[in-house]
Structure formats: C-alpha cells, structure tokens
Design a protein around this ligand. Sequence first.
Ligand code: NDP
Length: 393
Amino acid sequence: MATVLIIGAGGVGQVVTHKCARLPEVFSHIVLASRNEEKCKTIAAQLDRTIETAQVDADNVAELVALMNRVKPWLVINVALPYQDLTIMEACLETGVHYLDTANYEPLETARFEYKWQWAYQERFQQAGLMALLGSGFDPGATNVFTAYTAKHFFDAIHALDIIDVNGGDHGHPFATNFNPEINIREVTAVCQHWENNAFVTTPAMSLKRRFSCPDGIGDFTIYRMYHEELESLTRHYPTLKKAQFWMSFSDSYLKHLEVLGNVGMTSIKPVNFNGTEIVPVQFLKHLLPDPASLGPLTNGKTCIGCVVQGTKDGQERSVYIYQVKDHQDCYQEVQSQAISYTTGVPAMIGAKLMIEGQWLKPGVWNMEQFDPDPFMEDMNRYGLPWTVTLND
Ligand code: NDP
C-alpha cells in the first residue's frame, strides 16, 4: 500500500486517477495535483472514493519539493507534459520519492525528444536507492512490453519490429488531436527516423505510407512512418534488431489541416511578436483546438495498437503480431475518457502498481522492456486492455 502523487489533470491524468482509485489495496492514498486545481477537483468529484487535490507548477522544483515534503508520497506518477520530466525527477531525488512517466523529456524550445536527458539520471537514482520508470503509457509503454514479451516467449532473436498505431475512431471535428495538441503536432511534424543496419536513417516527415488491414473487422487504414521514442530504447536493448519502424494512421482530413496550418506557420514553435505580445503559434493553436479531454462523449470507433515482430526460433524464421483493440465508447462509459487517454492511463496505473508491489522495483532509471513482461501483460488483461497474439511460422 502506498501514497501516490499524480501530477497532471488532463485526459491521461483523469484515467490514471480513476484506475488507481479503484485499487485502494495498492493505492491507499491519492493526491492529484496540477497547474489548475479546479481540473483536479472536477476529476475527484467523478470518483466513488475521496482523494486529495493540490495546485502545483511542475516547472518549479522548489514548489514540487514543498508539495512532496507535505504529502510524503512513495511514488510520483507524472502525467503532466514532457517539458516537466526533469524538474519532477529533480524533486523526486531531493525528497526520496520514486518516479514514473509516460513520455520522454523534450525541451520546450526545441521539438526534439530523446532519452539522453533522462538516462543521464541513472547514477543519481541508483545512488539514492530510487527507481524511475520511463514511458509507462501505451506507445511508449505497452508496445515496449509487447516487444519484450514476444522476444521472451516466441523468439531466440528478434530481427525486425514494426509498431503500428491505428486510431479508427472519429470525433466529428474537422481537426482535433487525441492528446495534448502541442505535443501531438510537434511529434507528427518532426522528421522521420527509423532503424536500419545499426543506425537511425532520417527521411522527411510523412514521406512513406502504406495500407494496413486491422484484425477483428476494424478495417483498412493508411499508416505513415514516423519517429517515436520507443525506437531509441528498443534498438538499444535489442541489439539483434536490424530494422525497426513506427507507423501511425491519420485521416485525410487531419493531414490536410496539418499541411495548411504548417504552410501558414501555425504549427511553429518559434515565438512571434503580435501586437506587442510574444506568442508561440502552436501554443495559440492549442488554445483554439478542442480539449482532448472533451472528445470522450463524441468519439466512436476503435483503436488497434500493436507490434509485428520478426525473428528466428530454433533456426526458423517466424513472425508474430501482438495487438490490443479498445472501443472509444467503452472507455467513455467506464472512465469518461476516449480510448487514447484510456490506453495511456491504464499502463501508467499498472506500472505504478508493479513498482509498489515490488514486482518491478530496482534502483535506477529504466525503460519498460528492461523488466519481466509477464506480470504487466497479465495486468493488461485484468484492468481493461486485453491483448491478442497471432503467430505465423
Ligand atoms: P493534457 O494536455 O490533456 O494534460 C496535461 C496536464 O498537465 C494538464 O492538466 C496541464 O495543466 C498539466 N500541466 C501542464 N504543465 C504543467 C505544469 N507546469 N505544472 C503542473 N501541471 C501542468 O495532456 P494528456 O493528458 O493528453 O497527456 C499527458 C501526458 O501523457 C503527456 O506527456 C503526453 O505526451 C503523454 N502521452 C503519452 C502517451 C503514450 O502512449 N505513452 C499517449 C498520450 C499521451 P493545464 O490544464 O493547466 O494545462
């Protein structure tokens, strides 16, 4: 049993809080803190159980330290934005608290996410006897565990990995993003990188696409190759990988809007002076777009996220597809959120649970694939993310 401090009361924060609140035998006391405490109170009012709420600016280490010294959590679940990862890690070190997040650090002024900044904390966390679990969402998160699970149970060595993220949902808006718009647009407009012959190869954003047939009658989708952070850790931890790629589906409408917004400069992260005020175009755009947390009641259809893994077993080539399908409306009925927030928030709860139970607990900074995948996979089945694996020999 442990006290947890959840930081961030957005779409993902809402799901993590709901899911943790249902397990009082693990999460005995929950504090939900965010920049705007009203959002925390709205989420708290949806629950059957009393939780504490607080206001914090997670960019400010001193404020975080003061809150953590007062609350005395065992673990911080960071579901604020990637910009806050390092300040929260610093505050954890200062107060002796374990750490978990769902997205790797990204500097505000450069659209460039990399693990190097967080991996640099390895020694300090080890010396403090604390653990930091990085990327405990769906992708990264469940996709890392899917890779580790197939490598453990189906292969002697894995050679190729394709992570395929399809959102077959429709929210009825001409243009909206399923998670934080600023982070989403920075990610989607970044140059593509994939792993091939022991190096990352760079290609223009969205320059390669193909069709993909989802299982279970979900349909056929156009998927685009892009860079995603789990490629960095998985290629490091599975050096037998010769090729690793990440693919995501986008609707024609989404891409058309993104192209036009990009062409007129609205997706830029460079500040511009407007009537004497400095504004960052993508931050202004975020302000105009629908709040991802508001999409829950509007979104129909399913997500289908999984990994196609190829490799060898007993000298024979084989291929495995492991995937999870989630219905947006089922998520809304359960936790008042759409499936993107749900599929991120549930793995964050599971990662935290495994740490608290001591099943995944060792000092240092770790990615998901560095732990035994089996208890995580069992918990996905138990807590709302059942998965399927198919083998092609
Ligand atoms: P939202 O924008 O909906 O929520 C972010 C929350 O963090 C908001 O409540 C926001 O407050 C709060 N916040 C932002 N800055 C600060 C700050 N300085 N101090 C305190 N609180 C702050 O985003 P999502 O819920 O969609 O995403 C949350 C995280 O999950 C992101 O890091 C995202 O990249 C990650 N993610 C990971 C996925 C995965 O599969 N691994 C998939 C989807 C998301 P305010 O309301 O005031 O803005």
